[in-house]
Structures are given as C-alpha cells and as structure tokens.
Write a protein that binds this ligand. Structure first.
Ligand SMILES: NC(=O)C1=CN([C@@H]2O[C@H](COP(=O)(O)OP(=O)(O)OC[C@H]3O[C@@H](n4cnc5c(N)ncnc54)[C@H](OP(=O)(O)O)[C@@H]3O)[C@@H](O)[C@H]2O)C=CC1
Ligand SMILES: O=C(O)C1=NCCCC1
Length: 341
C-alpha cells in the first residue's frame, strides 16, 4: 500500500482556514476507476470484515426502499467506524434497477454514491461515486470469504463455476482467476449468448482458453470446487446433489430475492458465513429456518475467534454489502493533485 494514503487525511486538507468549514470534494467514477486496484480493494474489505467482527463499528441494518410494482430498490447504508486510521462517518446510497441492463443503451443495474461526513462537526466532506467501488468491493468480499473459508484450508482451486454473467459475474470470474489461479472458469447465464460472448472476450483478453461457456447450470456446477452465483433469480439455480463435498459457494445475488439462488437443502447441509450477523439476521429472509447452520462472520474467522469448518463441509458465504467496506482504503493520496478542487 506504499502509494496509498487514506481519504480522511486527504479531507483534512479541505478545511479552509477562514471559516473552518469544509469544501465539498467530489470524486467521480472515472477518477475512482483510475485509482482503485483489486489488491487494495481486497485489503480494504479484509480489514473492514475484521473490524465488523471486532465490534468497532456502529452499523445498523440498511434501509431498503422497494419501489412499488417494480423490481427496483434503493438501499441506504449509514455507518460509523471509530478508528484513528480508518475512521469514518458516512452513508452509501445504492440502487438496483435490474432493467437498466436491458435498455437500448444499457446502464449498470447497480449504481451507488458514498457520502463522507466530518466526525467532529457532522459536515459533509465528500461525495464519492460508488458504482465501481461497489462492483469491485462485492467481488472482493467473495474473494476474502473464499480465501479464509476455502483457499487457506489447502483445498483445490481447479474449477470455478460462475452462474450469471452480468457485471458481478464478469468481475468475479476475472478476480477469482487472478487471486486464486483457477485452471478452468466455467460461465453460465440465463441468456446463453451473454455467457458465450463473455467466455470469448475473456479468453481473448487473457490469451487463454480457461474460460468455458456452459449451456446448463447443472453441468456448470457439477465438479466445481468453488461456485459463485450473481443473478436476480427468484428460484434456486444450484442444488445440493450437484455439489462436491467441501465445495465453497458465494451467493451474491441480492435483490428482492435474498437467499434464493441456492436451494434450501444447500443451506441445511452447509455452514453459512456472513459479513455481519446483525445485519444478515435483519435482512436475509428465511435465515431463521437455517439458524443452526449460521456459523458466524468471516471477520471472526480472520481474527481467529471462530473456527473454520471441517474440510469436507460445504461452506457458503452470503454477503449483504456494507457502507464501511467502501470507506476504507479507497482513495490513495498519490491522487491528491487530481482530486484537489
Ligand atoms: N451482495 C451485494 O453486496 C451485492 C449484490 N448484488 C446483486 O448481484 C446480482 C447481480 O448484479 P449485477 O451483476 O450488477 O447485475 P446485472 O444486471 O449486470 O446482471 C444480472 C444477472 O442476473 C441474471 N438474471 C436476472 N434475472 C434472472 C432470473 N430470473 N434467473 C436467472 N438469472 C437472472 C441476468 O441474466 P440475463 O443476462 O439473462 O438477464 C444477469 O446474468 C443482483 O442480484 C444484485 O442485486 C450486486 C452488487 C452488490
Ligand atoms: O450492498 C450493495 O451494494 C448492494 N446490495 C444489494 C443490491 C445491489 C447492491
């Protein structure tokens, strides 16, 4: 992290000496794209998960505003972290409008902005475009969970199956291959052509033939070591009988239909880990029915206060998405000149 300093330090520079108020800093999407790296996003998410489990946060379940008669939703995620280096008071607003992807000129279906407020005055200091941060952060959360629940157990990273090849499917496929060196990355999508063309695009980009297109979800999942689901599917797209003992799953799809991409039997026969027990209990419909399978937080595994599952157990990570995950480590000071208003 040599070139990276933290946003809160940067923001001190915006205090004007005359009136001691802050100028508002706006960091747009293209600036974020220039300065974010997968490595730093991974480290930020890893640190944030640890802090959630250390109890060094104030973070209530987010407020989801469902827009009637549509599948559109706005999530509001306030949070506070007391920490000299990483401290933050802020709020992310994220929308999920699934039909954006089908527009004549497609837009991302998930869009976000992050507001940062001064911890002593409560004055807003910055608005940071949060769509790329959300994209990378979500895949990094799955990657951190996979590292601590699966890879660190010396389990094989040969075959990755990615179900759903929208924005999240694509970044999961690329990031997981980058971090864990999967030999084969299988891609399945409801609209088959999208998976086929993504496999082609990624094989070309990385000069490889490891990205494989699959016609049906069952054959995509059978034999996979790690499975990622990134769809809006309201019904299960992964069944227990397709899974290898000891496989790891990251269930990312989280719109109106939290918790539905994996068949209930998968949860009943697996160990479930989350990023925050408190917010997951509030948000994940049906969690009560598999309460015995909820083992705890990934951060607790990282901190060493929660034991990993036995090697032949199926493990599942359900990430909900948190303001604090976005806040830390996001803006490198090296870009100070670019960001100075
Ligand atoms: N947990 C978290 O923190 C986050 C969760 N998400 C969630 O991840 C999911 C994917 O997001 P993103 O990639 O940005 O969205 P995209 O719109 O880019 O992709 C949506 C994907 O879902 C598939 N899909 C939609 N409806 C169905 C269905 N009924 N059955 C099967 N597949 C379906 C689409 O397939 P097709 O091409 O056929 O339409 C496409 O592959 C969403 O549920 C989103 O809310 C996203 C970001 C953060
Ligand atoms: O946490 C997030 O960010 C999201 N959660 C569910 C909907 C899309 C974005």
């Amino acid at each position: 992290m040599k070139n990276f300093l933290l946003l809160n330090k940067l923001l001190h520079l915006y205090r004007t000496p005359e009136d001691q108020t802050y100028r508002m800093l706006f960091v747009d999407e293209s600036t974020v794209k220039k300065i974010l790296t997968w490595e730093n996003t991974f480290k930020a998410v890893e640190a944030a998960m640890q802090r959630v489990s250390d109890g060094r946060i104030v973070q209530k379940p987010r407020i989801m505003t469902f827009i009637p008669n549509t599948s559109n939703v706005m999530g509001t995620m306030p949070g506070y972290l007391q920490d000299k280096q990483f401290g933050a008071l802020g709020c992310k607003i994220v929308t999920s409008f699934p039909n954006n992807a089908k527009l004549e000129n497609p837009l991302p279906s998930v869009n976000a902005n992050i507001m940062i407020l001064d911890e002593t005055t409560g004055i807003m200091k910055a608005v940071i475009a949060g769509t790329e941060i959300t994209t990378q952060r979500t895949a990094a959360a799955s990657a951190v969970a996979t590292k601590y629940l699966y890879v660190n157990q010396s389990k094989p990273c040969i075959v990755l199956a990615v179900l759903g090849t929208g924005v999240q499917g694509k970044i999961h496929a690329e990031m997981f291959r980058h971090f864990f060196h999967f030999q084969e990355v299988r891609l399945w999508n409801r609209t088959k052509e999208t998976a086929r063309s993504l496999a082609e695009e990624l094989n070309k980009k990385y000069n490889t033939d490891s990205f494989k297109y699959y016609e049906d979800n069952e054959s995509c999942v059978r034999g996979a070591d790690v499975i990622v689901t990134t769809t809006n599917s309201p019904v299960a797209i992964v069944r227990l009988s397709w899974l290898k003992p000891g496989a790891h799953l990251n269930a990312v799809g989280a719109n109106r239909h939290h918790f539905n991409e994996l068949d209930k039997e998968v949860y009943r026969n697996g160990d479930l880990f989350v990023d925050s027990v408190e917010t997951s209990q509030a948000e994940i419909a049906g969690l009560d029915s598999v309460a015995d399978n909820l083992k705890g937080e990934v951060g607790a595994v990282i901190n060493g206060t929660l034991k990993n599952s036995p090697n032949d157990r199926i493990t599942i990570f359900n990430g909900i998405g948190k303001f604090l995950r976005y806040r830390i480590g996001v803006v490198p000071q090296k870009e100070l000149q670019i960001l100075r208003l």
